[in-house]
Design a protein around this ligand. Sequence first.
Ligand code: ZN
Length: 142
Amino acid sequence: MVSCDAYENGVSESFNLVIEAARKKPLIIMLEEIQIYVVYIQGQGQSWDLNIRPSIRLKLNKLNEQQRFWQVVTSGYMQFEVRVGNDGYDVDLHTRQCGCRAWHLAGYPCVHGYATISSLNRDPEDYVSEWFTTSMYASCFM
Ligand SMILES: [Zn+2]
């Protein structure tokens, strides 16, 4: 049987870092400051008019500028070859993966995936990992 005394995740460490100053104050003031922080975070998430985090939206906007140089050719059902000059990658929209592996690693389409999605007149935001959605962000702080 495997056991571990320490359980760590990024959420608790981030929260503890933010409330570090409040933790040194008297109990009531500490709780009020934590409440203000939580309300602020909830409001921040709700104010997004996006389904995905703004930082990911910015990255997709940059990809939108870069994707126009790539030529997309269908090679099978939901499979495409994306080329520019002698450089080419296989993109599978069904599995959301590209031969460059950047899409799989980052959780949002690479420039080749973006070019493929755009060529089909689909929304690239629909192909972003659920980890970058506003609802997932809000669930970390509620
Ligand atoms: Zn790629």
